[in-house]
Design a protein. Sequence first.
Length: 417
Amino acid sequence: MAAGNGPDARYEFRAAAEWAEFGAVIDLAYGGHPHSPAHSAVVGALFEPKRSLVACYGGRPCATFAGYALEMTLPGGPVPVAGIGYVAVAPPHRRRGLMRELLRRALTALHEERGEPVAVLHSTEPGIYGRFGFGLASQAVELSVPPEARAFTHEPDGDGLTPEVLSPEDASAAVAAVYDACLPERPGMLRRDAAWQRRAVEDEPASRHGAGRLLCLVASGPDGEPRGYALYRMRPAWQRSRPRYELTVRELFARDAAAYAFVWRALLDTDLTGTVRAQTRPVDDPLLALLDDPRSAAPTLRDQLYARAVDLDRALTARTYSAPVDVVLEVSDAMCPWNAGRWQLTADADGFAECTRTGAAADLALTAREVGAVLLGGGSLVQLAQAGRVAELRPGALRAASAAFRHDPAPFCPMAF
Ligand SMILES: CC(C)(COP(=O)(O)OP(=O)(O)OC[C@H]1O[C@@H](n2cnc3c(N)ncnc32)[C@H](O)[C@@H]1OP(=O)(O)O)[C@@H](O)C(=O)NCCC(=O)NCCS
């Protein structure tokens, strides 16, 4: 049966029973790489069977969908969001509409039960979820600082900070304290309980690819209070008998500018090190303003988090706005038809908004995908209009709405789920 008409009646859908029934499907879907028992224990501890779905064929699971109750920072602060992960269909069952049906069921349930107003996911491929109304809500850059480009615009004076290199287990309280302090500042940040923190510092030998174990550099103030940290690894490499280890940063947060510069300086000056890489950093990472030669860091842009309004009015009022705005949006939404139609969005000078159905003439026309792209304050309505994805129906409405939706700092999600 063609995708889009719905899977045929031989497929049954039900809530998941336990993490173990996902294993065989995920193993096949990703090309025969079964999870190790240690990794299964980490991801299994996060599993929420009641929010997760399987499709079965002949009584056996052939497609999976994991749902998570998360809390994520939106412009204005942390709010509950529905996380989606492990959307996987075993190869013989693909292109029969199973993914579409799993998503349709999950989004419909969130709408009917008045669950979280926003759904978020990371995608293995960027071309999959736009058709379901998920927009590119955050982007990330990969940075790579060669030894000759380590100079800063101004060198940190240390501010009384002391570095220490610990195992992630020993650093866990410091990591949690600094991360939690940074959480409300940047949209896209995910609140982490103990199970999510274990996932953040997971150190599977299979994913080291020749590098050493995960290390944690913690910078603490004179009072012993942790102010910054970096999770990183070092991969041995030699050039003409000289050490040129590659240091790869997994995660780095700091409570203030002095600690931020201090942690980067300590990483860049690590003995034996050649290039320092960070695969996933915010697009407005302060390091790009701190390096005297940001060109050498060769930032490479990539897509990151995808977001979707489950219920348009609840999603648009779950966040605050950067400027007052009064705009009528004409939204089309094939996946969640309850969102289709005209909505009046009004935000006051404090950024708080109301969103109601209206019969008034539309100012902007767009699809759910474009709404998703601007939900976290990352995407630009002006840019989307220039790409022909948003239509301005009242002159002036586009710039005003674009400025209201944008957020500084840019959204960034440091965790895959
Ligand atoms: C991606 C995957 C889940 C798709 O499942 P599926 O059941 O075959 O998808 P559906 O039949 O419901 O397809 C729905 C639509 O998505 C499209 N689509 C499916 N997979 C796609 C992909 N990888 N890239 C682009 N489009 C894709 C289909 O062509 C169809 O398009 P239409 O809207 O024009 O009809 C499945 O191929 C899979 O398990 N892949 C490996 C794991 C993976 O990448 N999962 C995604 C995790 S984020």
